[in-house]
Write a protein that binds this ligand. Structure first.
Ligand code: CTP
Length: 444
């Protein structure tokens, strides 16, 4: 074991076999507890994580929690008697492929912006030549203060990646921007950065002899512009009621995230969704089938791949009541009419080179029904799933899909797996179709 493979306490940190090493800096905001979820998300994605905390962060979450989760010594103070490494800030900073700071308080952002190095985390930042990702979290007034704006602008100018905070209710009761972004988004942004530096940056820091991401095949969608629909549409009955379905957007978002990580420029036309949004992706909101159709027709000209992952309502109320419908004792009927089929119209009007992929959520004879949709809608591929199967389909973390392509007779049946993994396999098929077909059809 080399020194690089050891923790600061000299034990094996479990980085052997990990794809990347990530340093996780935790500063003293109420959201410090959410750093545990960031840590777990990074580990699930194959990263070995070591944690550095500011003194104030330790008042909110005990270092022991992070030690237990990371399996490694948590550094707070270089000068602490129990710190076995006399130059921990250098060792820590220079053995990571990425430094993630979540939550990043106004104070730590100010220190980073001005090069103040008066504690372990700020010294680590200065000593680190790996990319840095900062996820700010603070009260709205602090977030909007000109000093914070200036400091963030400085960090951006210094090449630091920022995951913008969400707007919402804060611990202090105010409502506005400043709440730490969802841990999933922070993890997705971290993986984006790591993947864009190449799979080969794994464990060791990238050096002259390392392969690029292209060489490793990880960026095989570079140059593609992927347009995706995701989530559920809502068809309004009156100002407060609508017809919708259980789609969370998770499968579409997993595809968006995976395509982005493989080098594609991704636009998501999203209906109603409950899954956390992926980072690094352009979003267009479109709630009804018609709004989604309009948004897709605006975007499609630039796309080279279209994936229809949204659960689009097949019918909508013939008329939307202008006022809330009042209750009465009489029976009530809502007349429905078909919505436009977005996928079929994209495939119908396609230019050479545009790859069109649909989904088929079926509850019986799913292969036959999906094959029929593939032919009827003139698709290049269809992703079929049996929604009656446990752990698969709508609003689930995993999916068991079968990919049927127009150029091959045999369907590709995949076992139950996390949606992100299923997304990778679907994209593999798109890459194969592109190579078989050659050329891209969109305008630059
Ligand atoms: N789709 C679409 N626009 C619609 C309906 C569906 O773009 N108005 C897309 C979905 O995003 C999905 C595919 O078409 O990729 C399959 O949709 P589905 O509703 O399952 O197929 P239908 O042809 O509507 O058949 P059925 O509902 O009878 O199964």
């Amino acid at each position: 074991m080399t020194d690089d493979e050891k923790n600061f306490d000299g034990t094996d940190d479990g980085a052997g076999g990990a794809r990347f090493r990530v340093g996780l800096g935790v500063s003293g905001g109420i959201a410090a507890y959410k750093a545990c979820e960031v840590l777990r998300g990074l580990q699930r994605a194959g990263c070995a994580v070591r944690v550095a905390m500011t003194v104030h962060a330790t008042k909110l979450v005990a270092p022991l929690t992070f030690r237990a989760l990371s399996g490694a010594h948590v550094v707070v103070d270089d000068y602490a008697a129990d710190n076995p490494d006399p130059i921990a800030h250098i060792t820590f900073a220079q053995t990571v492929d990425l430094l993630v700071v979540a939550p990043a308080t106004a104070d730590i952002i100010a220190k980073f912006a001005h090069g103040v190095a008066d504690d372990f985390l700020s010294t680590t930042y200065l000593a680190c030549d790996a990319p840095v990702l900062v996820a700010p979290a603070m009260n709205t007034t602090m977030w909007e203060h000109p000093a914070t704006r200036r400091n963030l602008a400085q960090l951006r100018a210094d090449g630091v990646h920022i995951v913008e905070p969400d707007a919402g209710e804060m611990a202090c009761g105010t409502i506005g921007p400043g709440r730490l972004s969802a841990p999933e988004r922070i993890v997705a942004a971290a993986l984006d950065i790591l993947n864009s530096r190449g799979e080969s940056a794994s464990v060791s820091k990238p050096g002259a002899g390392d392969l690029t991401a292209e060489d490793s095949g990880a960026r095989d969608l570079a140059g593609e512009r992927v347009l995706l629909t995701a989530g559920a549409t809502r068809e309004e009955i009156d100002p407060v009621r609508f017809i919708s379905n259980r789609s969370s957007g998770r499968m579409g978002f997993a595809l968006a995230e995976a395509a982005r990580a493989r080098g594609a420029a991704v636009t998501v036309v999203a209906g109603a969704t409950t899954a956390p949004r992926p980072a690094g992706v352009r979003f267009v909101e479109a709630l009804s089938a018609e709004e989604m159709r309009d948004a897709v027709s605006k975007e499609i000209e630039r796309a080279t791949v279209f994936i229809a992952a949204a659960a689009v309502a097949d019918y909508k109320p013939t008329a939307r009541a202008a006022q809330k419908i009042k209750k009465s004792d009489a029976r009530m009927t809502i007349e429905l009419e078909p919505t436009p089929d977005i996928l079929a119209s994209v495939a119908d009007a396609r230019r050479d080179g545009l790859l069109v992929v649909g989904f088929a959520a079926e509850s019986e004879n799913f292969i036959e029904h999906a094959r029929d949709k593939l032919r009827r809608k003139k698709l290049d591929a269809i992703v079929a799933n049996d929604i009656t199967r446990d752990g698969a389909g709508f609003d689930s973390e995993s999916n068991a899909v079968t990919i049927i392509t127009a150029d091959r007779d045999a369907p590709r049946e995949l076992p139950l797996m996390p949606k992100r993994e299923a997304a990778e396999r679907i994209l593999d098929e798109i890459v194969r179709l592109r190579r078989a077909r050659g050329g891209r059809g969109a305008k630059a």
